[in-house]
Write a protein of this length. Structure first.
Length: 238
């Protein structure tokens, strides 16, 4: 059996307990708020809230009400376009994560970059980073799915493999991991809104992940556990 490349993350102080507490909170929300009675409309509302939050993090000025009405600026339109196809990519993630990453970027960046750049890595180094991320997403790991989602998110942002919209792609992939790995199968939590609610910490911890070595990774993971809890609070189930 090959060595688990992520196992060391659960040896970082406070990480196992933080993510266990967050997962317990998500599980309680999904169980106690009537998961069996949820509707596709609730999933759609979660995706819409997530699209709005992701767009605002990119610099959009559109309000959630405007997103609901379809009266949006370009960044919000990009995020909504991603959200409409996102869950259809869940079955593809485990067998072809590179295809998923390319498709999400093509959706997000349509009209913003030349067509030949849609879904394509910027250069050989970016392509290598994408292959490494794809390997993580398909490898067997003992770490909690929430940790994998956080690593995937930060990995895409740090590598910035595409010509544009890398952070939007990262947040979309994060949501996909949470669905595909069974944390939130109906996609009712709103991790993007969790990041927006904690925006200063989100942005500073992403910078720390990229430049701060082991300490930066540690801080990002502790932050991510808090953000996912905030994302559960933003669920339409509340």
């Amino acid at each position: 059996m090959s060595e688990d490349p992520l196992a060391w993350l659960t040896e970082l102080e406070g990480v196992p307990s933080a993510f266990a507490a967050t997962r317990d909170g998500i599980d309680i929300l999904l169980r106690d708020r009537g998961l069996r009675r949820t509707s596709p409309e609730m999933t759609g509302e979660s995706l819409l809230r997530g699209a709005h939050a992701s767009a605002v993090l990119e610099g959009s000025a559109s309000t959630l009400e405007q997103v609901r009405a379809g009266d949006v600026d370009a960044l919000a339109a990009d995020a909504v376009r991603v959200s409409t196809e996102l869950l259809g990519l869940v079955p593809v993630l485990s067998r072809s994560p590179l295809q998923v990453l390319a498709r999400v970027h093509a959706l997000a960046a349509a009209g913003s970059v030349p067509e030949q750049e849609l879904g394509r890595p910027r250069d050989a180094e970016a392509a290598s980073s994408l292959r490494a991320l794809a390997k993580l997403l398909t490898s067997e790991t003992s770490v909690p799915a929430l940790v994998l989602a956080a690593v995937a998110h930060a990995g895409v942002v740090t590598a910035a493999p595409f010509a544009s919209h890398n952070a939007m792609v990262a947040r979309a992939v994060e949501r996909l991991v949470l669905v595909e790995r069974g944390v939130d199968e109906k996609s009712l939590t709103v991790p993007e809104a969790g990041h927006l609610a904690l925006r200063p910490q989100y942005e500073s911890n992403l910078r720390g992940y990229a430049t701060g070595g082991r300490a930066g990774v540690h801080a990002w993971l502790l932050y991510a556990a808090e953000a996912y809890a905030a994302g559960a609070e933003a669920s339409p189930l509340h």
